[in-house]
Design a protein around this ligand. Structure first.
Ligand SMILES: Cc1ncc(COP(=O)(O)O)c(C=O)c1O
Length: 393
C-alpha cells in the first residue's frame, strides 16, 4: 500500500484510554454477567414514534433525491427557529447550515476558522473528539482546565494566560460532557470579554442545551458575540436521535455561506427523507420535553443516592447526560477505582482522567439507564466505597 497522508495517520486517540474499562464492561455484559453499564453516552430508549412515522411517510413519498447543500429550506427554517430558542438571538435560515450530526458541525467550525499552524484553546474537561478535530485541521491547541473545586466553571484568567499571537479560537461546551457543568452567565461574560479583546472566534458546543438544569445561557447572546460565535448543535441528545446523524452550525451569515462550499466537497447535502423527518421533529419538538424531564429525574435519583455517601463528592452535574463524582478521598487513582468497581460490583463507569487532568480523581456516570438501574448502581457504589476504604485503612 502507498503511504497514507500524515493528516489521516495523525488522527489517533490521545491521552489516557478510559475506554478500556468501558470495553471490558461491555464484553463481560455480552458474556452474560450482570454488569450495569454507566459508561456510554447514548440513550437507552428509541427515537420518539412521531419522528419515526414522519421518516417512514417521507421515505414512501419519493424523497430519495439530492437536497440543497446547506439543507432543505424547511429544515433550515426549523433549525433557525431552534437556534433562536437555544441562543436567545433571532436567527434566520441563512445563519444555519445542516450537518450530519454535531460532530460534523464541530469539524466544519474548526475547518472554517483555523488555518494550518493556527492555535486554539480547548477548555477541559472536554468531549473526547475535540483534540483530534483540531489535529485534522493541522491546527495547534492548548488545553485549559476548569478546576474541579470551582465546579468545572471556566476561568477567564487561565484562558487569557494561554493566548498566543496566532490564537484564533476558543472551544467550549455547556452543558458539559463529561462534567455536567452548566457554565454560569458571569463566567461566560468574562470569556466573551477575552474573545472581544483578542478578536477571537468562540466555538460553542451547545448540543445538551435542552438538558440543562435551569436557564440555558448561550454566549452568542452576549454583547458583540453574535458576530464571532459559531454554535454547534445537534438532534442527537435533545430529540433522541443519535443514530440519525443530524446536527447544525449556527453563526454569522457570511461565515455560513462560506461553509456551504465545504459541504460541496464533503457531504454534498443530506438524505432527503431524514431531513424531512428532522424538520417535523424540530417544528413539533417531538420528545424534547419528555427526554429533558427523564434525564432531570434520573439526575435527581442518582444525586440523592450519592449525596449521603462518605468520601464521594458531587462536582458539576447540573445538566447534560452525566454526573461527575470526586472519588479521590476513596482512591486518588480514578482508573484503579473504575477497574475495582467493575471487578467487585459489576458497574462500568468512565475514569475521569480520560477526559483530562482536571477530571483526575473523578468518575463519570452516564444517566442513560432507567431509574431503578441507577438506584441499584448507587447501592453498589456505596457498598464499594465503604468497603474499599476499610481495606485501604
Ligand atoms: C459535547 C458533545 N458534542 C458533540 C457531540 C456529537 O454528537 P453528534 O455527532 O451525535 O451530534 C457529542 C456526542 O456525544 C457531545 O457529547
Amino acid at each position: 500500500m502507498p503511504r497514507p497522508s500524515s493528516r489521516i495517520s495523525g488522527i489517533v486517540p490521545s491521552g489516557k484510554d478510559g475506554w478500556e474499562v468501558h470495553f471490558a464492561a461491555w464484553t463481560r455484559k455480552e458474556a452474560g454477567e450482570d454488569i450495569i453499564m454507566l459508561s456510554v453516552g447514548d440513550h437507552d430508549f428509541d427515537t420518539p414514534s412521531q419522528t419515526i412515522e414522519a421518516c417512514v411517510t417521507a421515505v414512501r413519498g419519493s424523497n430519495h433525491h439530492y437536497t440543497p447543500l446547506p439543507g432543505l429550506p424547511r429544515l433550515r427554517r426549523a433549525m433557525a427557529a431552534a437556534s433562536t430558542a437555544c441562543t436567545g438571538v433571532e436567527t434566520s435560515p441563512d445563519q444555519v447550515i445542516a450537518t450530519p450530526g454535531g460532530q460534523a458541525a464541530l469539524y466544519a467550525a474548526v475547518q472554517g476558522v483555523l488555518d494550518q499552524g493556527d492555535h486554539a484553546i480547548v477548555v477541559a474537561p472536554y468531549y473526547a473528539t475535540y483534540p483530534n478535530t483540531f489535529s485534522a485541521a493541522g491546527a495547534d491547541f492548548t488545553v485549559v482546565e476548569t478546576p474541579a473545586e470551582d465546579g468545572f466553571q471556566p476561568r477567564a484568567d487561565m484562558i487569557r494566560a494561554a493566548i498566543r499571537p496566532n490564537t484564533r479560537a476558543i472551544l467550549i461546551n455547556t452543558p458539559n460532557n463529561p462534567t455536567g457543568a452548566v457554565y454560569s452567565r458571569e463566567r461566560l461574560e468574562q470569556l466573551a470579554e477575552v474573545c472581544r479583546e483578542h478578536d477571537l472566534w468562540l466555538l460553542s458546543d451547545e448540543v445538551y442545551w435542552t438538558l440543562g438544569g435551569g436557564e440555558h445561557v448561550s454566549p452568542r447572546s452576549l454583547p458583540g458575540m453574535a458576530e464571532r460565535t459559531l454554535v454547534i448543535n445537534s438532534m442527537s441528545k435533545s430529540h433522541g436521535m443519535t443514530g440519525w446523524r443530524m446536527g447544525w452550525l449556527n453563526g454569522p451569515e457570511e461565515m455560513i455561506t462560506l461553509m456551504i462550499n465545504l459541504n460541496l466537497v464533503t457531504t454534498y447535502g443530506l438524505p432527503a427523507f431524514i431531513s424531512i423527518a428532522c424538520s417535523e421533529a424540530l417544528e413539533n419538538r417531538y420528545g424534547v420535553k419528555e427526554i429533558a424531564e427523564r434525564y432531570a429525574a434520573r439526575r435527581t435519583v442518582l444525586l440523592d443516592a450519592v449525596r449521603g455517601m462518605n468520601d464521594v463528592t458531587v462536582r458539576g452535574s447540573e445538566g447534560g447526560m452525566y454526573v461527575m463524582l470526586d472519588i479521590s478521598a476513596v482512591e486518588p487513582d480514578d482508573e484503579k477505582f473504575a477497574w475495582a468497581l467493575l471487578d467487585n460490583e459489576k458497574v462500568g463507569v468512565m475514569p475521569g482522567s480520560s477526559f483530562g487532568e482536571a477530571a483526575a480523581g473523578h468518575i463519570r456516570i452516564s444517566l442513560c439507564q432507567p431509574e431503578p438501574v441507577l438506584r441499584e448502581a448507587a447501592r453498589r457504589l456505596r457498598r464499594f466505597a465503604s468497603s474499599y476504604r476499610r481495606e485501604a485503612a
